[in-house]
Design a protein around this ligand. Structure first.
Ligand code: MRU
Length: 351
């Protein structure tokens, strides 16, 4: 029997936006009430909420909250957009939702703050709903693709990295939506969950989602993945993405690059699932993707306890880039690109 349901990541109640505090998962389900854009910014920066599509959705809430109080805040609308944009640099969903917000504002800038709050509240609710719908579509499309191209009659052993699930989105997830759809058809034997140092999104979040869904899974250290591939224990790798360049190079949680190289060495299909919102067609390839560098204190301490000597320093990169040439397929809500990822094939997804 399922232990519980994966909690909803964020929702509006009246004129407050509530964000699930993912830093406390899986042991506590606590929501943070956001009443100002600064509350949303802090939740994104501090990783209370995370995951590319969810960061984008939260940004829409930040914009709405800018108009919440009748008195104009000291910072201009453009200044507020800039502050939200600066919270995290890699996930392009953030920028894409803020660009949409700017367009809406330019069409309504003469309206009262009260009217603007309503317009942006509606927009924010739409952003959350459409993300959930996209998740379902990409899950079904991805599962069909895997069934046709990878499944050979034996239940699949799937490896995933970080958390590209319900907790990274407003619905059922990207990569984990595909896994959920495959599991519904009885095709999943086991999910290997990379623990994902240092925030442990795999161990704390993905494994929790698998438990809630009763999907067989085991948590592994990130460095176990290669050996499992060598031992024929992995049939398929599915991850999410934070930004996909026009040629298909994509940024995802640090460690994704190593997995893609290992997968290709072992001839294991490596798939990434994401909504079209995660594409950045303005950049030709992955070299232009800004990789988030976070404080080394997050790496050198664990649960507030220092692991390394106080004199030691560390390098904490949040993401790396998987080259398009190492991808077996990209799964989106508009279809799949496979058999050689190219800018031309990707551009067809947008028609
Ligand atoms: O640093 P995080 O936890 O925001 O990183 C999240 C990831 O890398 C996910 O894999 C990615 O956002 C895809 S989410 C559907």
């Amino acid at each position: 029997m399922a232990v519980t349901q994966t909690p909803q990541t964020a929702f509006w109640e009246g004129d407050s936006y509530f964000v699930l505090d993912q830093l406390l998962l899986p042991h506590r389900t606590t929501y943070i009430e956001c009443r100002t854009p600064e509350d949303v910014e802090a939740a994104i920066i501090n990783m209370n909420l995370r995951g590319a599509p969810l960061i984008g959705a939260a940004a829409s809430a930040g914009v709405a909250l800018y108009f919440r109080s009748p008195a104009a805040p000291p910072c201009s609308f453009d200044g507020e957009i800039a502050k939200l944009l600066a919270t995290r640099p890699t996930a392009v969903n953030l920028r894409n939702v803020l660009e949409e917000s700017k367009k809406i504002y330019s069409q309504n800038s003469t309206k009262s703050r009260e009217e603007l709050f309503k317009i942006f509240l509606d927009f924010s609710k739409r952003v959350h709903l459409r993300d959930a719908e996209r998740n379902i579509r990409m899950g079904e499309i991805g599962a069909d693709f895997v069934k046709k191209r990878i499944y050979k009659g034996e239940k699949l052993k799937i490896l995933t990295h970080c958390n590209a699930g319900a907790l990274a989105t407003c619905g059922s997830g990207t990569a984990l939506s595909v896994i959920r759809a495959l599991n519904k058809q009885g095709l999943v034997g086991k999910v290997w969950v990379d623990e994902t140092r240092p925030y442990l999104q795999g161990a704390r979040l993905t494994a929790f989602e698998m438990l809630c869904e009763e999907i067989p899974h085991e948590i592994i250290t990130d460095s176990t993945a290669g050996w499992l591939m060598h031992e024929n224990e992995v049939d398929l790798i599915i991850i999410g993405a934070d930004r996909v360049a026009a040629n298909g190079d994509l940024a995802n949680k640090i460690g994704s690059y190593s997995l893609s190289v290992l997968a290709n060495f072992h001839k294991i299909p490596f798939i990434s699932a994401m909504p079209l919102e995660t594409f950045d067609l303005n950049i030709p390839d992955g070299r232009s993707i800004v990789i988030e560098k976070r404080s080394d204190s997050e790496l050198l301490s664990f649960n507030g306890v220092r692991i390394a000597h106080t004199g030691c320093h560390g390098l904490h990169l949040g993401f790396d880039v998987v080259p398009a040439g190492l991808l077996f397929a990209l799964v989106t809500e508009n279809g799949v690109v496979s058999d050689g990822i190219s800018a031309e094939k990707i551009s067809r997804l947008f028609k």
